[in-house]
Write a protein that binds this ligand. Structure first.
Ligand SMILES: [Mg+2]
Length: 481
């Protein structure tokens, strides 16, 4: 056979679609997309900074002392949980054990962490926790932490504890998102807020040409959706074509998660200005307000496993659609691009860290046996060749070597803990293990990727195979060789 590899290079890791559960794209008959942070990627720091500033203004209007507070882009990352009982932000591992935490904006040390969370498992089903599900949560997490500091200083009269504070922040931020000012600013200056992706229209056009129904299902209202989609898509399409030509059906103001869980009223948006009329069933090329997932299934005549829904909100877009409808799910995790690059840059130190850890494990094993040898001698069960003096010497020697190893491991481990975000570290890792976010991604997202246009490389005919799961014993022989 000739070498055909120049037909298409395999995508780089940061642009691949990663697979938790095997997905044959050929058998997918409809693909639905969320809009905000899925098809439209915002410059997170700009968008969240403005959202934060609107939130701060609304709080100031209500008389809260928010003077001097500034948005901190590193203050919170997706996948942290807010502990509403204790006023903390926490990062947990896949078992829910807290590996990092901050009270307000102050990071907790090891001992404090152990006292506070030694007996606690983060269970997101409990009302105590608020999981930061999307980039939109960054401003919320940042403001909550800063106001915890002020509450502790007794500067927030009328706020009755951390749960009450969370309610205040959440309610005010939702209000800032809903009212027109913030969105009018985005519509008025899209260059500043939107990060364009020229490959995106082609990825959707390929899917549609391959016979799949392509849907937009967004909670954003029509006027905002129209402005964002036209800005991000129309410039990359041939003359006379618009973003509307890429979609079979569009749903705005979809009210997810209710869109997935309940029957909802549906209206047709009859004019560009947004005039509504009652909808009698769905029809293609049309634009609807409201509606629900069952209506989509009935109209298209497809079942759950034939629909792929792609969104960035871990709970609403992938957890609910999978739990309720068994739709196939794709999660957009833009942070992966920077994080995978940072991990690649850290490959050298990472390798060194691993070999030092293997050496540490080997020396600890010997140290434990030297100790046991002494204990047995005391108990009157000597073993040939193990004199007390030899064992004491081994203990001293090994302890010194272990201390020296720790000196070298410390800075490397600290470096690994700053990948992706200087304060909270990588999204998908917590300490040595997978993070709680990674566990949520595994459970609910069949596939995940940094951006929708990555589907371009895998084509509408691709067969995405799941990663071979690993257990600790899969990792190889370890320090014994
Ligand atoms: Mg979204």
């Amino acid at each position: 056979m000739k070498d055909w590899s120049d037909l298409a290079p395999f995508p780089s890791p940061e642009r691949r679609v990663w697979c938790n559960r095997t997905l044959n794209l050929r058998s997918i008959r409809a693909i639905g997309y969320d809009m905000d942070y899925t098809l439209i990627h915002y410059r997170v720091d700009e968008w969240e900074r403005r959202a934060y500033e609107h939130l701060r203004q609304r709080l100031a209007d209500q008389g809260y002392p928010v003077d001097g507070l500034e948005f901190d882009p590193d203050g919170a990352i997706r996948g942290l949980a807010i502990d509403k009982e204790r006023g903390n932000l926490v990062k947990a591992n896949r078992f829910g054990y807290v590996k990092q935490a901050a009270h307000g904006t102050r990071p907790m040390g090891f001992d404090e962490l152990r006292t506070e969370y030694g007996r606690t498992v983060v269970d997101l089903a409990e009302p105590r926790w608020e999981f930061l599900n999307t980039f939109f949560s960054k401003s919320e997490g940042c403001m909550f932490a800063q106001l915890v500091d002020r509450l502790d200083e007794q500067r927030l009269p009328g706020v009755m504890g951390y749960a009450d504070l969370y309610r205040l922040v959440k309610k005010t931020l939702d209000f800032a998102h809903m009212e027109g000012h913030l969105k009018a600013e985005i519509i008025g200056d899209p260059d500043r807020f939107i990060d364009l992706d020229p490959d995106l229209p082609q990825a959707l056009a390929d899917q549609r040409m391959a016979g799949k129904k392509v849907l937009l299902i967004t909670n954003s209202e029509w006027s905002y959706t129209r402005a964002m989609m036209a800005y991000a898509f129309d410039r990359f399409l041939p003359d006379g074509r618009t973003w509307r030509d890429l979609f079979d059906i569009v749903f705005v103001s979809a009210r997810k998660p209710a869109f997935f869980t309940s029957r909802m009223p549906v209206f047709e948006v009859a004019t560009e200005e947004g005039m509504l009329r009652p909808a009698i069933g769905l029809h293609e090329g049309a634009l609807f307000l409201g509606g629900d997932a069952r209506l989509v299934e009935e109209h298209l005549g497809v079942s759950g496993e034939e629909i792929l829904y792609v969104g960035d909100h871990l709970s609403t877009d992938v957890h609910v659609s999978k739990a309720v409808l068994r739709w196939r799910t794709g999660l957009v995790v833009r942070e992966l691009e920077e994080e995978l690059k940072a991990l690649a840059n850290f490959a050298g130190p990472e390798q060194e860290l691993e070999s030092l850890m293997a050496e540490k494990e080997r020396l600890e094993h010997l140290h434990a046996h030297a100790r046991l040898g002494l204990q047995r001698l005391k108990g009157g069960a000597p073993r040939a060749g193990l004199s007390p003096s030899r064992l004491h010497e081994a203990l001293t020697d090994l302890r010194a070597a272990l201390d020296a190893l720790d000196e070298r491991i410390g800075p490397l481990a600290a470096g690994a803990g700053e990948i992706g975000n200087r304060r909270w570290g990588p999204l998908m890792r917590a300490g040595n293990d997978k993070s709680l976010l990674a566990r949520q991604v595994e459970r609910y997202a069949d596939v995940y990727t940094s951006r929708v246009s990555n589907f371009l490389h895998h084509t509408p005919y691709g067969y995405l195979r799941s990663f071979r799961g690993t257990m600790p014993h899969d990792a190889g022989p370890g320090p014994g060789g």
